[in-house]
Design a protein around this ligand. Structure first.
Ligand code: ADP
Ligand code: PHD
Length: 474
């Protein structure tokens, strides 16, 4: 019998002590404790403080360092990380000896990172070295701190509970090798025996290709899926704070949402695109290609099988999830566009250059609109480039939200019209709505303040009240 590879996300990591009594140990004894490789994310909020806030974009150490010439804003930002790390491990560790070791670990890594950044800044006062050329490595160095800390703390906690846990640090701390992601993982795992010990692996892995450069936020799932694939896991499991549900339980209410019993990689991709991170799209690809089944479970209900994700089609049409995210509508309006080609690709070039994530798009005779996930600051630069390229065009960025209904098979469900009616019934207006010919998602564009009530209204109409038989009869 082979092992499973199991990832614990940041929100759940903040309560890893509770998981110890249930998910990780529970009433298992002896050999039953093993056969599992755990991949951990940083404690909730730590990566946001290290890099930047995932949702609001608020600067962390990285962003402060990137923008600092002489001021020392990043030092305070690093202090905040250190304080937050200590608070996070104090919340989950009991034994004073463990807390002392965790404090020392934080102190050592923060000091190391601080010295490294100071040296880098000093080096870059000489003309030949440019800070801008080292920003990616800086981002890598900082992100690794979060997962090294959470994995170290979890190992201490489990060892104290009598588990033969082993800290597997893929973060490349003070490491000299230049290895690929696969080599990094294989090298670290080569003398680890999951049958007799429980590896606690950092969700961040330092590698020549650059985990952050290739995959950016949500990278833990990339490490997780690669580890599952390379070690030939029986199953890859993501433990989350809630069951993967038909909508955010915090928003719609835990009683109103349904647990997803099963879905497929197509839906998982749509959800990632909508910022829901059911699973990182590149991670899904690795698992799909290597034939490792994926399960998403509620970390706090370990006896529940959760959601199985594979590449199977649905048994019948159904809306499975309603979700939403804040975006900007970047609009290029140009009277001369009609009949001319190339506008679309010019916009794409500029968006690519500024590394803006496109979620969706619509166009007509003289207007191209991209719904993008970006900050206004970056969009201002995009607008400037667009105006330079098309001086007589009108370019605008408008804050909007997108709410989408997603399912493996939405055939014959009239999701678009029922959705619009549901919004109207609640006195809510849609600015736009789109459905492609492949029936897996329908997108509704609304004002930002309408997003939450729109999710509730759509969830109510399309999931809580869905009666497929009635619809078929109609
Ligand atoms: N459809 C959904 N099902 C479950 N949780 C959702 C859903 N949509 C949004 N969420 C939210 O996602 C949040 C983070 O979930 P989780 O994946 O556990 O975090 P992390 O990325 O830290 O592991 C939860 O607190 C929950 O409110
Ligand atoms: N902590 C990292 C990696 C990650 O995947 O985290 P989480 O599992 O909490 O989404 C991030 O925020 O990007």
């Amino acid at each position: 019998m082979t092992h499973t590879v199991e990832k614990i996300g940041g929100t759940s990591m903040s309560r890893v002590n509770e998981l110890c009594d249930t998910l990780i140990i529970g009433d298992r004894k002896g050999a039953d404790l093993y056969g599992r490789i755990l991949v951990v994310s940083a404690f909730g909020g730590i990566t946001d403080l290290l890099l930047e806030h995932k949702k609001s974009g608020k600067a962390g150490v990285y962003a402060a360092f990137a923008s600092s010439d002489s001021d020392h804003g990043w030092h305070e930002a690093l202090d905040r990380v250190s304080d937050a790390m200590v608070a996070a491990h104090k919340a989950v560790l009991d034994h004073p000896g463990d807390i002392e070791r965790a404090d020392a670990f934080v102190h050592d890594r923060i000091l190391g990172a601080r010295n490294c950044l100071i040296d880098l800044q000093r080096l870059c006062t000489y003309g030949h070295f440019r800070l801008s050329e080292h920003m990616l490595q800086t981002r890598e160095l900082l992100s690794g701190l979060g997962e090294a800390h959470s994995a170290f703390v979890t190992t201490l906690m489990l060892q104290r509970a009598g588990v033969n846990a082993r800290f597997v640090d893929l973060s490349g701390w003070r490491d000299e090798g230049d290895v690929s992601l696969d080599e990094r993982i294989k090298g670290a795992m080569k003398d680890v025996d999951p049958a007799t010990e429980m590896p606690i692996v950092t969700g961040y892995a330092q590698c020549a290709e650059g985990l952050m450069r290739e995959f950016d936020r949500g990278y833990s799932e990339v490490t997780f899926s690669r580890l599952a694939s390379l070690t030939g896991a029986r199953e890859a499991i993501i433990h989350k704070e809630f069951h993967l549900s038909s909508a955010d339980p915090k928003l719609v209410g835990q009683d109103a949402v349904r647990k997803l019993g099963r879905t497929n990689y197509d839906v998982a991709d749509q959800l990632s695109n909508l910022g829901m991170e059911a699973i990182h799209p590149k991670a899904a690809k690795t698992l799909r290609q290597s034939g490792v089944p994926l399960r998403v479970t509620n970390a706090f209900e370990p006896e529940d099988p959760g959601t199985l994700i594979d590449d199977q089609p649905a048994d019948g049409p159904n809306v499975e999830i309603v979700t939403g995210l804040d975006l900007f509508a970047l609009e290029l309006f140009e009277q001369d566009m009609v009949g001319a080609k190339g506008y679309d690709s010019a916009v794409l070039d500029i968006l690519t250059r500024h590394n803006v994530r496109i979620v969706s798009k619509v166009s007509n005779a003289n207007t191209v609109t991209h719904y993008v996930d970006s900050s206004l600051k970056v969009l201002r630069r995009v607008e400037k480039d667009l105006i330079t390229r098309y001086p007589s065009a009108r370019v605008t960025s408008r804050a909007i939200s997108m709410v989408a209904a997603v399912g493996r098979d939405l055939n014959g469900l009239a999701v678009l019209s029922r959705g619009l009616n549901a919004l109207a019934d609640h006195g809510l207006e849609a600015i736009g709505a789109t459905q492609g010919p492949r029936p897996v998602d329908v997108q509704f564009i609304v004002e930002r303040e309408v997003m939450k009530p729109a999710i509730k209204a759509l969830h109510h109409a399309l999931i809580e009240n869905s009666d497929r038989k009635m619809l078929k009869a109609a």
